[in-house]
Design a protein around this ligand. Structure first.
Ligand SMILES: Nc1nc2c(c(=O)[nH]1)N[C@H]1C(S)=C(S)[C@@H](COP(=O)(O)OP(=O)(O)OC[C@H]3O[C@@H](n4cnc5c(=O)[nH]c(N)nc54)[C@H](O)[C@@H]3O)O[C@H]1N2
Ligand SMILES: Nc1nc2c(c(=O)[nH]1)N[C@H]1C(S)=C(S)[C@@H](COP(=O)(O)OP(=O)(O)OC[C@H]3O[C@@H](n4cnc5c(=O)[nH]c(N)nc54)[C@H](O)[C@@H]3O)O[C@H]1N2
Ligand SMILES: [Mo]
Length: 791
C-alpha cells in the first residue's frame, strides 16, 4: 500500500493516473470529468453551477431554486484563471537564507523565489518544529479564516488548519469574529440567544405595517447564496402597504429599490437616535407600560437616564437631532409611527462594528421593549434579517456537519479583534468582562483562507505587528496582499478544484471538483495531510486515510440517517446522479420570541433575571467604564465632533461590497466592471466634493494620521454630507512595498481604520466603522495599480 506522501509524489510525477485510484476515479467519472456541460461546486459564495466548454470554466448559472443571478457571481471564471494565482510554492529569498533572523522589513517587497513542494513542506515542518521546541506550542498562531469556505462542510479552511495544529500540540487560540461580535456578546448577555433569531418572512408580510432597516442594506448583504431566500423576503415588500424606513448615512440599494423613507444619520450616532425616539415614547406616553414591567428588567433606571435625572441631560428629540443630524420632528415622527403601527425593526451589523458597539443593539432591544411588540407577528426587533437565511422559514431537513477541528491542547486565548495588539505587546493585559487576558508571545503564524491585510483594521500597524513574528506562512490560491507579506506561500487549490457536500436553503447538493488543481496548487486538505505525515499524525488527520469524497460521504450518510421528510438516496447514487436533493419548504409561521411573550416564566431568557435586561445587574456590578449598566450614549473615540476632526472632517463608512465577497473577486473586477480609473470608487456628497474642488471620476487621496490611499470619486447625494463610503475589501497595493506609511494605490479602507481601542471591555470587538478621514484631489502622477499582477 502506498502512503499518502508517496502517492502524492507519484501522482505529481505522472507515474500513476487517476483511473488507478478508486476515490479519484469516482470523482473523475462524476460531473468533475465533464468537459462540456455544468457542474455544481461549493464556492466561497455557496453552491453554484459552473458552466464548462472544452474543459474550461466559461460561466456560471444560479441553481434555479435560489432565484435571480447576481453580476458578482459572473466573476468566478476570471477569478479561477486569474493572473494573480499563486502558481507554485514560494519563499522569500532572505527568509530562505536567514530564517528567523531574516530582514522582516523586506516583507511585501516581492523578494520571492520558487521552491519545490518537498522543500516548501520541509521548511514549514522545520519552522513549526523549531518554534514549538524552543518556545512551546503557545508561540504558534493560526490566522483567522472565514469566507474562504463559509459554505463548505469538508473543505473548511478554518477547521482543517486548526485540526492540524491540534494534532501537533495545539496553538494559541482566539475567539470572536469581525462580523457580529459586539452584538452577539451583548444580546446573549442581556436578552435572547443570538443574532440569528429572526421571524419568518410570511408572518412579517402578513402582519407588519412598517419595516425599519436600521444600519442594514439587505439587498446587498444577502447576495451570498445561503441568503438568497432572504433576499426574496425583502424584495417582496415592494408594492405592498408595508411602509419601509431605512436608517443609514447612505441612501442604500435597499432604500432605493423599496422606495423607502431614507433617514440619513451621521455614522456612529445611532444610540442617540434610539434614545431620542424612546424619550419621545416616554414623554408622549406612547410606550407599552405593561410590557416593560412584565417582560423587561430595569426599565425605571433607564427611564431616569432618558429623563436626565441620572446625568443631567434629557435625551430629547432635539438633543438627539443635534448629535445625529436628523431633524427633531423626524425623530418624533418616527417614534409616533413606530408606536402606532405594527413595526418590525431589522438591524444590520454596521452599527456594532464601532466603538461602544454594544450600545446600539442594546438600545434597539430597549426600544423594542418600549414598543411592546416583541413576540407579536410582524413586530419586534431582529439582528439577523440581512444575513444568511434570516427570515427564511426553516425547512425540516437534517443539518450536514463538517470536519471537526478536534480539541486544542493549548488553553491560551484572546479576542481576535486584538490580534495585532497581541503580536505587538506580549505580556500586556486586556480586560474582558470579569476576566483578564494576558497576551502570549507569538512567533509563527499560519493562515489558510483569511486575508488579514484587507480585513483587519489599520494596515500600517498590522505591518509593524507582523514584523514581531519570526515566520509567516500563508496558504492561498491568489497573491493577495496577505500572501505578498508572507515568508512562505503555499499555493492552495480553490473552491472549484475539490469535492464537497453542500447545503443551502432547502437543498442538499453533491458539489464536485470542476477542474483539476491549477498550476502546482493543491487542495488545503492535501497540504495539511502531508504536513501531518511529517509529524507522524497523518492517520489521525485523515481519520484513517479518508479522501475529501470519503468525508463528503460520511457527512452525507450521517445526515441521511436523520432525514425525516425526504428519503435521501445512498451516497453513491446521490454523488453520481443529479446530486440535488430538495426538501419541502418550511411552514413560515415562526414568530421570534412568541413563546417568551406568551409566558416569560416558562420560557425565560438566558439572563440572570430571566428577563430582557434594559438594565443589567451584572454590568452594574462589573462597573466597566465603557459599557455601563444600561444603553448609554458615549462619544466614540473619533467622529465628526472630535478634536482631530479639524484635520479629518469626514466620517468613513466601509460597508460590505456589492460586487465582491470581501476581498474575493477583487482580482476579477474586469467582469464586474465597477472600478473607475482602475481604482476603488469612493462616494462623496456633492457639497463635500465642491468644497474640495473634486470632480466626478477624479482620483482622490483619502487620508488620516494612520494612512493614505487612492480612490476614484463618485459624486452622489446618496451619501449624506460629512460621510464618505469606501467599501471594504480592495487589495492593499502599496506604492512603496514593505514600507509602513506608504501610499496605497487601490482604495483599501483598512489603511485608514482604527485598530484600538476595541469596542469595550465587555465585547472587545473590532471598530472598523469608527474612523475619520480627509479627502483631496490627487495632484501627483497617478501610479499604476499592480495589486493583481501576482509575483
Ligand atoms: N455582497 C456581499 N454581501 C455580503 C458580504 C460581502 O462581502 N459582499 N459580507 C457578508 C458578511 S461576512 C457580513 S458580516 C454581512 C455584513 O452585514 P452588515 O454589517 O449589516 O453590512 P454593512 O455593509 O457593513 O452595513 C450595512 C449598512 O449600514 C450602513 N452604516 C454604516 N455605518 C452606519 C452607522 O453608523 N449607522 C447606520 N444607521 N448605518 C450605518 C452602511 O452604509 C450599509 O448600508 O454581509 C454579508 N453579505
Ligand atoms: N473596514 C472594514 N473591514 C472589515 C469589515 C468591514 O465592514 N469594514 N468587515 C469584516 C467582516 S464582517 C469580515 S467577515 C471580514 C472578512 O475577511 P476574510 O474572511 O479575510 O474575507 P475574504 O476576503 O473573503 O478572505 C478569504 C481569503 O481566503 C482566500 N481563499 C479563498 N478560497 C480559499 C481556499 O480554498 N483555500 C485557501 N487556503 N484560501 C482561500 C481568499 O483568496 C481570501 O484571501 O472582513 C472584516 N473587515
Ligand atoms: Mo462578516
Amino acid at each position: 500500500m502506498l502512503n499518502r506522501r508517496q502517492f502524492v509524489n507519484l501522482m505529481a510525477s505522472g507515474a500513476i493516473s487517476a483511473t488507478m485510484l478508486p476515490h479519484l476515479a469516482r470523482a473523475a467519472s462524476g460531473a468533475g470529468g465533464v468537459t462540456d456541460g455544468r457542474v455544481i461546486a461549493n464556492t466561497c459564495l455557496g453552491p453554484l453551477w459552473l458552466v464548462k466548454k472544452d474543459g474550461k470554466v466559461v460561466g456560471v448559472e444560479m441553481l434555479k431554486q435560489l432565484g435571480q443571478p447576481d453580476p458578482l457571481l459572473e466573476a468566478m471564471p476570471d477569478r479561477l484563471y486569474s493572473r494573480s494565482r499563486v502558481k507554485a510554492p514560494m519563499v522569500r529569498a532572505d527568509f530562505l537564507k536567514n530564517r528567523e533572523k531574516s530582514d522582516r522589513t523586506l516583507r511585501g517587497t516581492g523578494d520571492f523565489v520558487e521552491v519545490s513542494w518537498d522543500d516548501a513542506i520541509k521548511l514549514v515542518v522545520d519552522e513549526i518544529t523549531r518554534v514549538k521546541d524552543t518556545y512551546g506550542n503557545v508561540a504558534l498562531h493560526r490566522g483567522k479564516s472565514s469566507w474562504a469556505s463559509n459554505h463548505a462542510h469538508v473543505h473548511k479552511t478554518e477547521a482543517m488548519n486548526q485540526r492540524f495544529f491540534n494534532l501537533v500540540g495545539g496553538c494559541t487560540a482566539f475567539f470572536g469574529n469581525y462580523s457580529n461580535q459586539a452584538v452577539n456578546e451583548i444580546i446573549t448577555g442581556i436578552a435572547w440567544g443570538g443574532t440569528m433569531t429572526a421571524s419568518d418572512w410570511p408572518g412579517i408580510h402578513k402582519n407588519a405595517e412598517m419595516v425599519v432597516a436600521w444600519g442594514a442594506n439587505p439587498l446587498v448583504t444577502t447576495r451570498i447564496l445561503s441568503a438568497r431566500k432572504s433576499t426574496k423576503g425583502w424584495l417582496d415588500l415592494k408594492g405592498t402597504d408595508i411602509e419601509t424606513v431605512v436608517i443609514d448615512p447612505l441612501h442604500n440599494d435597499t432604500a432605493k429599490y423599496l422606495g423607502s423613507q431614507w433617514v440619513p444619520i451621521a455614522p456612529n450616532t445611532d444610540v442617540a437616535l434610539a434614545l431620542g425616539i424612546m424619550h419621545t415614547l416616554l414623554t408622549e406616553d406612547l410606550y407599552d407600560k405593561e410590557f416593560v414591567q412584565s417582560h423587561a428588567f430595569g426599565f425605571d433606571d433607564f427611564a431616569a437616564y432618558l429623563k436626565g435625572t441620572e446625568d443631567g441631560t434629557e435625551k430629547t428629540a432635539a438633543w438627539a437631532a443635534d448629535i445625529t443630524g436628523i431633524p427633531a420632528e423626524t425623530i418624533q415622527d418616527l417614534a409616533r409611527k413606530m408606536a402606532s403601527k405594527r413595526t418590525f425593526i431589522a438591524s444590520g451589523w454596521s452599527t456594532q462594528r464601532q466603538h461602544h458597539g454594544e450600545q446600539t443593539p442594546w438600545a434597539l432591544i430597549a426600544l423594542g421593549c418600549m414598543l411592546g411588540q416583541i413576540g407579536l407577528p410582524g413586530g419586534g426587533v431582529s439582528f439577523g434579517m440581512h444575513y444568511a437565511d434570516g427570515g427564511y422559514p426553516k425547512p425540516d431537513m437534517p443539518v450536514i456537519g463538517g470536519m471537526s477541528p478536534g480539541k486544542n491542547p493549548v488553553d491560551v486565548t484572546f479576542p481576535i479583534a486584538a490580534f495585532a495588539d497581541v503580536f505587538l505587546n506580549p505580556g500586556k493585559e486586556l480586560p474582558y468582562k470579569d476576566r483578564t487576558f494576558k497576551y502570549p508571545e507569538l512567533r509563527l503564524s499560519y493562515t489558510s483562507g483569511g486575508n488579514q491585510y484587507t480585513h483587519h483594521q489599520d494596515t500600517n500597524r498590522l505591518i509593524e505587528a507582523y514584523r514581531k513574528l519570526e515566520t509567516v506562512i500563508v496558504q492561498e490560491p491568489w497573491w493577495t496582499p496577505t500572501a505578498r507579506f508572507a515568508d512562505i506561500v503555499l499555493p492552495a487549490a480553490s473552491d472549484l478544484e475539490r469535492n464537497d457536500v453542500g447545503q443551502v436553503a432547502n437543498l442538499v447538493l453533491a458539489c464536485r471538483q470542476v477542474v483539476a488543481p491549477q498550476h502546482k496548487s493543491r487542495p488545503d486538505y492535501e497540504i495539511f495531510t502531508e504536513l501531518a505525515s511529517h509529524f507522524g499524525v497523518e492517520d489521525q488527520y485523515t481519520d484513517g486515510g479518508k479522501t475529501d469524497t470519503d468525508w463528503a460521504k460520511e457527512l452525507y450518510e450521517d445526515a441521511r440517517g436523520r432525514s425525516k421528510t425526504v428519503e435521501m438516496p445512498e451516497f453513491d447514487e446521490f454523488w453520481n446522479g443529479e446530486g440535488i436533493i430538495e426538501f419541502p419548504e418550511g411552514k413560515g409561521d415562526f414568530t421570534m420570541l412568541a413563546d417568551y411573550r406568551e409566558d416569560p416564566l416558562l420560557n425565560p431568557m438566558g439572563t440572570a433575571t430571566g428577563l430582557i435586561e434594559i438594565t443589567s445587574p451584572y454590568l452594574k456590578k462589573m462597573n466597566i467604564p465603557d459599557c455601563p449598566a444600561h444603553p448609554t450614549w458615549m462619544e466614540p473615540v473619533e467622529w465628526r465632533r472630535s478634536k482631530e476632526a479639524a484635520d479629518y472632517p469626514l466620517q468613513l463608512v466601509s460597508a460590505h461590497p456589492p460586487h465582491r465577497l470581501h476581498s474575493q473577486m477583487d482580482n476579477a473586477h474586469d467582469t464586474t466592471n465597477y472600478k473607475i480609473n482602475d481604482r476603488e470608487p469612493m462616494m462623496i456628497n456633492s457639497t463635500d466634493a465642491a468644497d474640495r474642488g473634486i470632480a466626478d471620476g477624479d482620483v482622490v487621496r483619502v487620508f488620516n494620521g494612520r494612512g493614505q490611499t487612492l480612490a476614484a470619486a463618485v459624486i452622489s447625494d446618496d451619501i449624506s454630507v460629512g460621510s464618505v463610503v469606501l467599501h471594504e475589501g480592495a487589495w492593499y497595493d502599496p506604492a512603496e512595498p514593505g514600507k509602513t506609511g506608504s501610499l496605497d494605490k487601490e482604495g483599501s479602507p483598512n489603511i485608514l481604520t482604527r485598530d484600538l481601542p476595541l469596542s469595550s471591555g465587555y465585547g472587545q470587538a473590532t471598530i472598523a466603522e469608527t474612523a475619520i478621514v480627509q479627502v483631496e484631489k490627487y495632484s501627483g502622477e497617478v501610479p499604476k495599480v499592480t495589486a493583481y499582477d501576482g509575483v
